[in-house]
Design a protein around this ligand. Structure first.
Ligand SMILES: [Zn+2]
Ligand SMILES: [Zn+2]
Length: 383
């Protein structure tokens, strides 16, 4: 299979900055993470592909080789099998994305659990899921129902992993300690290291007669519906942790957490700027000149707003407290309304006549009075 261009894989241009490359990779990795795409080999391949692209494009030296000579320049960088997870040097930079991923692909959580005594059954993995919210939902706060698949305790064996009528027993290799000593001799003498027991993976106990439904794991993959309360004021990239709602741990281990990441939907009228909301209000030339009482949409419903007589295009009005509440409870943003004067097109004969007449009446006023227009443009009206 031909390799795709790394920039294309990450969806960035060749002139993308370091920060853009990083942000784009993070987004892709979250999207294709195996936790969010269980049993989807295509997503897994994409996950690896974008990680490889990031590994190269985040390293100035590899990037410049790649920029000049393409994929062939990097053949020597990764082993004969191409890019492997062991080539990936950024796992700790993206701990929030990878979670326990490396623990699970390399088996047994690497060096994380190395205390004395048996480690007991492993804790379940954290899950990461995304919810996409409208600005209205963000302004009010919302409770969302989410369906997901996760490891849940096996009901046949009650999560123990042992077949009915049997029990787990202490591991013979380590005598239930979960650890074994390894003695190695070298030119420098003898050294003793303590490692997790290879037979029981450090748990101290083994299942001799595994439950058939879960093959001794104590967990089975099932779909679940959970609900999450999202407070007002959240922003894209924030997450709500649901403790103990991740994968159940094998053989009775503690459950991981479920991290619900917030995504923000684009809005047809509004643009968010921190806790403020920007809105552009179209008015006609005559409304701007004569003034009007108009209806303005806000995130919390429609409100009436006065456009004063002689309002210039670009004038900004502030609707206090009509924005988004601060996520930490420190006040509420405003809605900023920018007046945009609509110039009519495709005039009828009657309209043309009226504008002609106005033009004669205005004569040189645009020149003499227009100057101060720019100074007033950013004037803020407080209600
Ligand atoms: Zn079972
Ligand atoms: Zn053991």
């Amino acid at each position: 299979m031909a390799k795709r261009d790394y920039y294309e894989v990450l969806g960035v241009g060749r002139d993308a900055s370091e920060g853009e490359i990083k942000a784009s990779y993070r987004k892709q990795a979250l999207k294709y993470h195996p936790d969010r795409n269980p049993d989807n080999s295509e997503a897994e391949a994409r996950f690896k592909e974008c990680s490889e692209a990031y590994e190269v494009l985040s390293d100035p030296q590899k990037k410049s080789q790649y920029d000049r000579f393409g994929h062939s320049a990097l053949e020597g960088n990764f082993g004969s099998g191409g890019f492997q997870w062991s080539d990936f040097t950024h796992a700790t930079d993206f701990e929030d994305v990878f979670g326990d991923f490396f623990g699970s692909i390399f088996g047994g959580g690497g060096g994380r659990r190395r205390q004395r005594g048996p480690s007991g059954p492993p804790r379940g993995r954290d899950l990461k899921i995304a919810v996409s919210l409208t600005l209205e939902e963000i302004a009010r706060g919302v409770e969302k129902k989410i369906s997901l698949t996760r490891q849940q305790p096996c009901s046949t064996c009650d999560g123990s992993g042992a077949a009915q009528g049997s029990k787990r027993k202490a591991c013979d290799t380590c005598g239930g300690m979960g650890q074994v000593q390894q003695v190695s001799r070298s030119f420098f003498g003898q050294s003793v290291t303590v490692a997790a027991c290879p037979t029981c993976s450090g748990e101290g106990q083994i299942v001799t007669d595994p439950c058939r439904d879960c093959r001794g794991e104590g967990t089975v993959r099932e779909s679940a519906a959970i609900s999450v309360k999202i407070p007002p004021g959240v922003a894209a990239g924030n997450y709500v942790p649901l403790r103990g709602q991740g994968d159940a741990g094998q053989r009775g281990g503690a459950a991981g957490d479920c991290l619900v990441f917030i995504e923000e939907q684009e809005h047809e009228h509004f643009v968010r700027d921190g806790n403020d909301i920007l809105y552009r209000l179209p008015v006609s030339v005559s409304q701007a000149a004569l003034g009007d009482d108009v209806e303005v949409p806000t995130l919390l419903g429609k409100v009436r707003m006065k456009v004063p007589e002689g309002t210039q295009s670009g004038r900004m009005f502030r609707l206090g407290g009509k924005g988004i509440p601060d996520v930490e409870g420190r006040g509420v943003g405003d809605q900023l309304v920018e007046v945009a004067v609509w110039t009519p097109t495709r005039l009828s004969a009657q309209e043309r006549g009226l504008f002609d007449e106005l033009e004669r009446l205005h004569q040189d006023r645009v020149k003499s009075e227009g100057k101060s227009f720019f100074e007033r443009m950013r004037e803020v009206f407080r209600d």
